[in-house]
Write a protein that binds this ligand. Structure first.
Ligand SMILES: *Cc1c(COP(=O)(O)O)cnc(C)c1O
Length: 389
């Protein structure tokens, strides 16, 4: 991949650049205040105060209690702790063995559920989704059983941008007394996250999707939720996640989320840019379709499938022209298998191999988008010509 400074980055769903103010907030905790927050002395207490202050900040932003915020190393770890932790606890106490999830989850949930089935004998049931990747809450009501350990439904899809009606699903799960987890790693960057309004029991976030550092995430765990730690050792994180706290990254994540919430106006701007991209691509590129929901989607997310296109070729041509985009998911790069998400929404492999994801962020300008829209039709035509030859 080119490291050309002039390359326009249009892959904010894969990762975002660290906010300069976040970096400044983190720096003193690498060297000046380096103590182990679990130590009794002054160095430790200083670091502990920073961690607990950050925890209160996260709690305020998510609208929960500070004891309900568990710091993890990333969104993937939060997903793992939620699924494994609740599944293990539910089997221990209630012989519950059924996991209800969707075929459009991020791999951090999907592969975890698959492994719980393959290695530990959990029964994993995948809910049907519509052509946009949305779950019908009534289907959840119908499929919850007395032995259901956990329901896990992604809030905003990373590949196709579709949003799920989490609050409605939450109301159903609460009535049936089954814990609901949602992967809000994408959603958190763009939508208000209020765990009370969403009625969730567990919610995953990861800082590098909202201009925070990589290597840090959090899991909201509603008070009273039965959960077994997946990483054992010291008593950090209320015994749910052993390991010395990463003070600078914890401070950075909270600062990043605060700044994202303060800059909410950006979201409106991005959704206008997104709509412009969608409109132009569908009008100007033959045999291109939007993937995911036309309205109920992330404000920064435009995703397509384009017939007779190999997305890897297209992405290389775009990169050479100075635009960094993605196929449906960054995690799939180099993976010849078509995306399980695109399959689940009924897109044939012939179309799915030509997926294109354009995701926007704060620094993107209208001028850059118009330049992108100008060169895209030709890049697609050239990709098709290469395919045909
Ligand atoms: C990026 C992402 C993850 C994984 O988060 P990491 O912090 O990169 O481990 C999980 N779920 C969704 C929806 C994501 O977009």
């Amino acid at each position: 991949m080119s490291t050309n400074q002039k390359t326009i980055y249009l892959d904010y769903a894969a990762s975002t650049p660290l906010d300069e103010d976040v970096l400044q907030a983190m720096l003193p905790y690498f060297n000046e205040h380096f103590g182990n927050p679990s130590s009794m002395h002054h160095y430790g207490q200083e670091a502990d105060a920073a961690v607990e202050n950050a925890r209160m900040g996260m709690a305020e932003l998510l609208n929960c209690g500070s004891k309900e915020v568990i710091f993890t190393s990333c969104g993937s770890e939060s997903d793992n702790l939620a699924l494994r932790g609740v599944a293990h606890a539910a089997r221990g106490t209630g012989k519950k063995n059924h996991i209800l999830t969707t075929p459009v989850e991020h791999h951090a949930v999907f592969h975890t559920a698959e492994q719980l089935a393959a290695l530990e004998g959990f029964e994993v049931e995948f809910l049907p989704v519509d052509e946009y990747g949305r779950v019908d809450p009534d289907e959840i009501a119908r499929r919850i059983r007395p032995d259901t350990a956990i329901v896990s439904v992604i809030y905003a899809n990373n590949e196709i941008g579709t949003l799920n009606p989490i609050a409605e699903i939450g109301a159903i799960c609460r009535k049936k007394n089954v814990p609901l987890h949602t992967d809000a790693v994408q959603a958190c960057a763009h939508l208000p996250i209020d765990v009370q309004a969403l009625k969730v029991d567990l919610l995953s976030v990861g800082a590098h999707k909202f201009y925070g550092p990589k290597g840090i995430g959090a899991l909201y765990v509603r008070q009273g939720t039965a959960i077994t730690p997946t990483q054992t050792g010291g008593a950090q994180e209320f015994g749910l996640r052993a390991g010395t706290h990463n003070t600078p990254l914890i401070v950075g994540m909270t600062e990043a989320l605060k700044l994202v919430r303060e800059k909410e106006a950006v979201t409106q701007q991005l959704s206008e840019y997104r709509d412009r991209i969608i409109e132009h691509v569908l009008a100007e590129i033959p045999d291109a379709r939007l993937s995911g929901h036309p309205q109920e989607r992330l404000p920064n997310h435009a995703s397509f499938v384009i017939k007779h296109v190999d997305s890897n070729t297209l992405l290389m041509l775009l990169d050479a022209q100075g635009f960094a985009c993605s196929s449906s998911s960054a995690c799939k790069t180099g993976d010849p298998e078509p995306s399980q998400v695109l399959r689940a929404i009924g897109i044939s492999d012939e179309w799915a191999k030509g997926s294109l994801r354009v995701t926007l962020g704060r620094p993107v300008t209208l001028k850059q988008i118009d330049r992108f829209l100008e060169i895209l039709p030709d890049a697609v035509a050239r990709t098709r010509a290469l395919e045909a030859s």
